[in-house]
Design a protein around this ligand. Sequence first.
Ligand SMILES: CC(=O)N[C@H]1[C@@H](OP(=O)(O)OP(=O)(O)OC[C@H]2O[C@@H](n3ccc(=O)[nH]c3=O)[C@H](O)[C@@H]2O)O[C@H](CO)[C@@H](O)[C@@H]1O[C@H](C)C(=O)N[C@@H](C)C(=O)N[C@H](CCC(=O)O)C(=O)O
Ligand SMILES: Nc1ncnc2c1ncn2[C@@H]1O[C@H](COP(=O)(O)OP(=O)(O)OP(=O)(O)O)[C@@H](O)[C@H]1O
Ligand SMILES: N[C@H](CCC[C@H](N)C(=O)O)C(=O)O
Ligand SMILES: [Mg+2]
Length: 500
Amino acid sequence: MTVEDLVSAARGQMEILEQRGDLRVPIGVVTDDSRAVVPGSLFVAVKGERVDGHEFVAKALHDGAAGVIAQSPVDTGIIPLVRVADSRKALGIIGSRFYGDPSSRLTMVGVTGTNGKTTTTYLCKALLEGIGRQVGLIGTVAYQIGEEVIPASHTTPGALTLQGLLARMLKAGLNAVAMEVSSHALALDRTAGCEYDVAVFTNLTQDHLDFHSTMEEYFQSKLKLFTELGRGRKSGQRAVVNMDDPRGSQVRAACRVPVWGYGMTGTPEIKAEQVKLSLNGTNFMAATPAGTFPVDSRLVGEHNVYNLLGAIGVALHAGATCEQVREAVTQVNNVPGRFERVSAGQDFTVVVDYAHTEDALRRLLAAAHELKTHRIITVFGCGGDRDRGKRPKMGRAAVEYSDVVILTSDNPRTEDPLAILREVEVGVHEALQRRKDVEYHLIADRRDAIATAVRMARSGDMMLIAGKGHEDYQIIGTTKIHFDDREVAREAIRHLRDCA
Ligand SMILES: CC(=O)N[C@H]1[C@@H](OP(=O)(O)OP(=O)(O)OC[C@H]2O[C@@H](n3ccc(=O)[nH]c3=O)[C@H](O)[C@@H]2O)O[C@H](CO)[C@@H](O)[C@@H]1O[C@H](C)C(=O)N[C@@H](C)C(=O)N[C@H](CCC(=O)O)C(=O)O
Ligand SMILES: Nc1ncnc2c1ncn2[C@@H]1O[C@H](COP(=O)(O)OP(=O)(O)OP(=O)(O)O)[C@@H](O)[C@H]1O
Ligand SMILES: N[C@H](CCC[C@H](N)C(=O)O)C(=O)O
Ligand SMILES: [Mg+2]
C-alpha cells in the first residue's frame, strides 16, 4: 500500500490543500505519534491540547518516515507531503483505509449520551447475540473481541487504535460491534472513517465542561453522530433516540434517516408501559413497531428502563423478533460496576455504581429510594482535572436523597484532594441547611470512607459507593494505584465480622 493508494481512496472524504513529492512510496505503518515511527511509516501530524504534532515532523523524518500528512505548512525535503485542511479528520479517514475500511463490513452500533452508554452497549451486544450475530464491544469498561478482553484506555479509543480494533474484529469472524461514542471522540474526530448502521442517543446532562466550553458545544459534538447518518455509503441507517430527554426532539429533527423514538411518556415508537421496579430487577411491557411484549430484566432502576428501550430499538432494527428480544434481555444479569451488588454475608445492601455526574447520582439515589427498606448511606467524590461545575451539584444531590453522606476522593489526579472536596462541600452544606437530619462526614481517604460506612451500616440499610464502578484504580497525582471499591467494601465487611 502506498501513500497514493491511501490518499486517493480517501480523496472524496477529506480536503487536500497540497501534494508534494512522489506519493508512490510503500507504507507499512500509519501513526500520529512520532515516538512510534519506524522506517516506512506514514506520519500524520495533529495539533493536540498539550503539544503540536507538527513539531515532531523532523524527528519522524529522522526515524524513517516515508511520508507525511500535515495541516500546517512543514518542510519534508524529498519525502512526500500531503497537506490537508484537517489532519485529525484525515487521521481517521486514512486510518480506516489503511485497515481496509472495516466499519463498512461490520454492523456498527454507536451509542452516545452523557449517561447509559456502557449499559446500553452491553445490552445491544446481548440482544444482537440473541439473533446469532457475533458482536464486538468498544467502551469504557473494556474492548472485547470474542473471548479476548482488552483493558480500555479511553471510552472511544484514538482513530488508529479504533480502526485497528475493528479490523481485528473482522479478522476474528465478528460481524457487528456495539460501541460507545464519547463526545470527546466526536469533537476530536476519533471516529472519522467510521460509518454507523444505528446510532443511539441516551440523554444529555452536565459533564465534561472542562473540555467542551458550554452545554451547547457539548451537545453539538454529540449531534455529529446523528447528522453524519445518511451522508455516507451505508443504506438503511436508523437513529434510536430517547424522546423523554429534553434534547431528544432536537436530535430527531437533525436526522436525515428514519428515527425510532423511545421513552416512557408521550407517543414514542418504542414505549415502556406498566413499569415495575424492584431490587431484583425491572419489568415492563415494551410497545414497539414490531409488537408489544413483556421485558423482564435483572437490571435495577428506572434509568435502566431507558437503556433497555434503546437496546430494544437497535435489536429490532437488526431484525430481531419480539420473542428473541424478550429471551435475550434475560441474559444480561449485570453490567460491571453498574448497580453491582457486593455480598459478603452482611445484613445490609452494598451497591457499587459508576454514577459520576449529577444526573446519574440523582437517578441512582432515586432508584435506591424507591427500593430501600431502611437508611441510604452514600459514599462518593468527584474526579480531579475534570468538570468542576458538577462538584457542588453532586454534593447537593447526595444530601437531598441520603440519610448519611460520606464525601471522599475519586481520582484526584493532579488536583489537591481536599480542594476538590471543598468544592463539593459548597453543595453539601447548602442542602444540609434544608435537610438537617442528614449525617455528614468528610473522609478524604476512600478506603477509610468505605470502612466507616460499613461500620455505620445497620441491618436493612442500603450503602451506595458511587463514582468509580468498575475502575480498579485510584489516580493520585500522575500515579495510578490499585483500588477497587468492590474489593475494599468486601474486605471491610469481613474485617468487621472478624472483629465482632
Ligand atoms: C482531551 C483529550 O481527549 N485528549 C486526547 C488527545 O490528546 P491531544 O490530541 O491533545 O494530544 P497531545 O498529547 O497534545 O499530542 C498531539 C499530537 O502530538 C503527537 N505527539 C506527541 C508527543 C510526541 O513526542 N510526539 C508526537 O507525535 C501525539 O501523538 C498527538 O498526535 O489525544 C491523545 C492521544 O490519542 C489522548 O490520549 C488524549 O486523551 C486524554 C489523555 C484524556 O484523558 N482524554 C479523556 C478525557 C477522554 O478522551 N475521555 C473520553 C470520554 C470519557 C467518557 O465520558 O466516557 C473517552 O472517550 O475516553
Ligand atoms: N440512561 C441513564 N440515564 C441516567 N443515568 C444513567 C443511565 N444509565 C446509567 N446511568 C447512571 O450512570 C452511570 C454510568 O452508566 P454507564 O456506564 O452506562 O454510562 P456511560 O454513558 O457509559 O458513562 P461514561 O461516559 O462514564 O462511560 C450508572 O452507574 C448509573 O448511575
Ligand atoms: N469517563 C469519565 C469517567 C469519570 C469517572 C470518575 N471516577 C472520575 O475519575 O472522574 C471521565 O473521564 O470524566
Ligand atoms: Mg461508558
